[in-house]
Design a protein. Sequence first.
Length: 402
Amino acid sequence: MTPTRVLVLNSGSSSVKYQLIDMADRSRLAVGLAERIGEETSALHHEPLAGGGGKRERHGRLADHDAALEAIAEELAADGMGLDSPELAVIGHRVVHGGLKLTVPTLVDDAMLKEIERLIPVAPLHNPANVTGIRTAQRLRPDLPQVAVFDTAFHSAMPEHAARYAIDVETADAHRVRRYGFHGTSHAYVSRKAAELLGKDPSEVNLIVLHLGNGASASAVRGGRCEDTSMGLTPLEGLVMGTRSGDIDPAVVFHLGRVAGMSMDEVDELLNKRSGLLGLCGDNDMRQIRRRMAEGDAAARLAFDIYIHRLKKYIGAYYAVLGTVDAVVFTAGVGENSAPVREAAVAGLEELGLAVDGELNAAGGKEARLISPSYARVKVAVVPTDEELEIAEQSYALVASR
Ligand code: AMP
């Protein structure tokens, strides 16, 4: 029997998300999340999807990622789908930063782990957790192939003129300061699905992909390759996000240091955790912001308007970068679910060939769909992202090709 199952692990700084996927029919066998790792209030939410059984919860401290992964392995084993199962083909890991060297899905080995560790200064929140996740999985199943899939990979095709900041080249190179981009697995998956929806090969279409979740990024995709993306050295650059500022004059940092006496760490925390929608109006959930707007809340309205204004600037910029655009594609939590955001983002862009059909936009649904009227020169689409499936596809393809 050829093993066809892939365990996808997405290790964050204090959480591990996982999915067990059977590549024979792309079905999910189990999904779950270990959260607040390291705290007294740790929880593990586990849901076996094959054979019923229903959701299970565990509460109580998971001391570290090791403990979390062991608990996950126990839950899977209780459903007869443990890490020792002969049906498990590979463990696929989401790794946030692959830098310039790790640009394709890669079998885990010591040299690769060292490279991920070397990149910790440019991804201090994510890469350490990713390394821990991989090492723990190796300990639990030393004989099983493990594959790392990098968030930065899709953007590694960006031309130098998009990837470089206009700063002194020697300083930039010495410290690996350049634009890497993130959410690449999502941008890759969504742009392929969007081409499918348009009935074309990815090489035939130019797309503006808007991944609008709690983190948010835009990318300009020409013929299946990334030509520019809004996140940069870190996931802080670009669009207004749930808690991150996105683009900002870098002199704001010096100003806050000199005038407000804030330390580098304090400004870092401000821009990453207390800015964006949260900083502007106290809420980072678009649903709540819309509710407040309906009640006439001025701060929520302004936060929404700033969010949309930035989004529009990127649509315009990437339109200019691409020259011709086949579709603008919305994905992730906000992009998939918020009709008002989609409507506002393309409002007034009829001269660019962009329009949204009110009814199609409001209709909702879990499938990839067009929401532009039939006459629109540039299509507008909603394509649900599926980073876990994409990681599973890439990991499985790599081990199957060996
Ligand atoms: P993600 O990071 O892709 O999981 O997206 C999470 C974000 O999606 C949340 O913080 C919400 O702002 C947003 N979101 C989720 N569901 C909805 C919805 N029905 N309407 C508007 N925004 C939503």
